[in-house]
Design a protein around this ligand. Structure first.
Ligand SMILES: Nc1nc2c(ncn2[C@@H]2O[C@H](COP(=O)(O)OP(=O)(O)OP(=O)(O)O)[C@@H](O)[C@H]2O)c(=O)[nH]1
Length: 416
């Protein structure tokens, strides 16, 4: 990958007419809390200035400060080559969503002309083209710094849009980019990661998942599903024609084994309900109902041959917050053996707190924050879902149990 040669990445603004949706955007104050980094530093919301030096992310992140304005939501669109990412972007831009949307495309040089033409064609004349220069390469590996710069440049014109779509190249691993964007949210910068949307080609996904791979490695298809909040199962017309319901069931099953928390939406030509892709608030700590609904779904763990999968466990009894933080640090920064954790979500019963706590982790970053008061009738327990590779559930349950303040209640997996 050539990091030197610059390419121009088009940014598009869709100027849709105003609608009540714009004025109904709600400003959500950042809750008190902290974000932990792999070097053990804890960043509170008051330490924004120091944050840049704390993050060991390739290509320094930059703090895109904002003058008290609500952070702009960013939906990250990923997916295998040809799955339908551009089709989805075009569809969103054309719909009457009532938002002005800026689009960042990250593609390799020779494909750029094609991307431009396609977007122009579908935009009904409401798009304005602007350019941000990025070094040639994929945002997930070589140009993260430039990617953040592109966001900064974009934010200089933030009065011209309300929302950002980031379409990543078909080869991208969404994890590193998602963590950069998520961190910005935690620092009350001017953007917040809303959700990761993965477009999947229904006709080809099983073959992509079963492609031979080097021992111990995982393909992009797995990673893109593992990090997704929503999977758009696109090209359903082609599946209906060629295979039938059992194929669709198998696709669902395989996606859910990889990512037991993901919502799957069926589409033809990516014609989604916009609520499925915009303003999902998948990383919003105050959006606890959404998380609780996700956690209520059973996870299929009866599979042993999937390199990437989801596991889930529940443990009763309050746990000590400090010990939980240490547990997370050990798990994410020094995982034992060949374990790799991509995403974690959960609710926690923290000792001496009347509030349910929510756990979120993206790669090596995590946060545990209060979300709402426990209510009468709630099952107070710790429920954790982990998405990753070579996961060792028994070990996780055993080590988490040591966070319990009451050893008998925290016995391993009272309720798995
Ligand atoms: N039959 C069918 N074709 C589709 C559907 N959605 C998209 N396509 C076509 O699939 C092709 C690839 O779609 P794109 O939107 O360019 O896919 P992409 O993921 O952006 O592709 P890359 O940028 O190359 O990774 C185009 O020819 C689309 O018209 C669908 O639901 N059904």
């Amino acid at each position: 990958m050539d990091e030197e040669a610059p390419i121009a990445v088009p940014i598009w603004h869709s100027s849709s007419p105003s609608s009540p949706e714009i004025s109904s955007l709600v400003s959500i104050p950042h809750p008190e809390g902290a974000l932990k980094t792999p070097d053990g530093a804890v960043i509170s919301t008051s330490e924004v200035e120091d944050a840049e030096s704390l993050f060991p992310i390739d290509g320094k992140r930059s703090n895109v400060s904002d003058e008290g304005r609500e952070p702009v939501g960013i939906t990250m669109i990923t997916g295998y080559l040809g799955a339908g990412k551009t089709t989805l972007v075009n569809y969103i831009l054309k719909e009457q969503h009532g938002r002005r949307i800026a689009v960042i495309l990250n593609e390799f040089g020779e494909e750029l002309g094609i991307e431009r033409a396609m977007i122009n064609e579908g935009a009904q004349g409401s798009l304005v083209e602007e350019w941000v220069d990025l070094p040639n390469g994929c945002v997930c590996c070589s140009v993260k710094h430039s990617f953040v710069q592109a966001i900064e440049q974009l934010m200089e014109r933030k009065d011209r849009f309300d929302y950002i779509l980031l379409e990543t190249t078909g080869l991208a691993n969404p994890g590193p980019v998602a963590s950069v964007l998520w961190v910005d949210d935690q620092l009350e910068a001017s953007i917040r990661l809303d959700s990761v949307i993965t477009v999947v080609d229904a006709r080809n996904i099983l073959r992509q998942l079963h492609e031979p791979r080097e021992a111990g490695s995982v393909t992009e298809a797995y990673l893109q599903i593992a990090y997704a909040d929503v999977v758009i199962l696109n090209k359903m017309d082609q599946v209906k024609e060629s295979s039938g319901p059992s194929t669709v069931e198998q696709i669902h099953r395989e996606i859910k084994i990889i990512n037991g928390l993901v919502n799957i939406v069926h589409t033809e030509r990516c014609q989604v309900d916009l609520g499925d892709v915009l303003e999902r608030k998948a990383y919003d700590i105050k959006h606890s109902a959404h998380l609780e609904a996700l956690l209520a779904k059973p996870v299929d763990e009866n599979v042993h041959d999937s390199a990437v999968k989801t596991i889930s466990f529940k443990i009763k009894g309050p746990v000590d917050l400090g010990r939980v933080n240490d547990w997370l640090g050990n798990l994410l920064w020094e995982p034992s053996g060949n374990m790799e954790i991509y995403r974690m979500k959960g609710v926690l019963d923290i000792e001496s707190s009347d509030e349910m706590h929510m756990l979120q982790a993206v790669r090596e970053l995590f946060e545990v924050l209060p979300t709402r008061e426990w209510r009468e009738g709630d099952k107070r327990l710790n429920h954790i879902v982990v998405i990753g590779k070579n996961l060792r559930k028994d070990e996780m349950v055993e080590t988490f149990s040591r966070c319990s303040v009451c050893p008998h209640q925290g016995d391993p997996a009272v309720d798995k």
